[in-house]
Design a protein around this ligand. Sequence first.
Ligand code: CA
Ligand code: CA
Ligand code: CA
Length: 304
Amino acid sequence: MPSLFARLYAACIVFTVLVSIACPAVGEDEAAALPLEDRIAEAEQAFEEAVEAERRRLDTNIDLKLARAIKLANRRQDAAKANALQAQLDRYRKDQTLPDADEVRSSIKSYRVKLQQAGDLLLAVYNEAKDVYTEQGDGRELGRIQTKMKWLRPTTGLDLVEYEGHHYLLVMKKVLWSQAFKACEELGGYLVCLNSGKERRFVHQLRGENPRTIWLGATDRQTEGKWVWLDGTDKYWVWDTDEPNDSLNNEDFGSLLPDGRMNDLPDRGTGSRIHTPEGYVCEWEVLPTRETFYRPGASTESVP
Ligand SMILES: [Ca+2]
Ligand SMILES: [Ca+2]
Ligand SMILES: [Ca+2]
């Protein structure tokens, strides 16, 4: 005769087996049992919080470190340096343009790394959702997730900068002109089009202290010698001496040289360092989406 305990034990085993057949998720990671939409929302919130926290940390660091550097420059009676640092600090406070002073370089670097990490976590959830929606053949949700993924990219590794109502993104990556063209288009913008001396100087300076050649949204591939910007304008050109020269009858794409003048190049560049662009700038006249776009430091604010 089995003891009461043994009978209870057997009943427990039967019950457990039945439950595990009926509800296989019991006992597994609870998070995995949350509906996908909830997990996406959770991950987005965590990302926004991380972005905000990192931006606050960066604000504090930039304030402290630049103030200290300005004090030091004043003590050394280096007015030029003090003024330059003050201008960077003022600009940062005004429109969050990141300073390029050595004193804050490590803070900015660590901010970018943290943002990248937060973005990677969110991206992992998006990727999973993408797989699920693909499998389900849910085109609408898939499209939404893909838009979110596109917009997440520029906010994690790099900074979008606003200038005179347009937005710009510098991407330092050695790619063909055609790839840069496509990358900007995929983000809902276009390869940067320079319409004035002010805009050219802005883009020139966006490259920092040690500017490298970058691609511009200018081409004469439609009609040889007839240069146009991708935004449809054809007025503003500051070519380098003897450019555009269509060297080897094969230069149909615009680049911005380190000195801020323009040169025409083949799609791949020529192979020499100065004539092989190492990055590009995307430009937006109007940002195409509000709800899914996270701008560092402005995660809850709507983007025009
Ligand atoms: Ca422009
Ligand atoms: Ca040409
Ligand atoms: Ca040329």
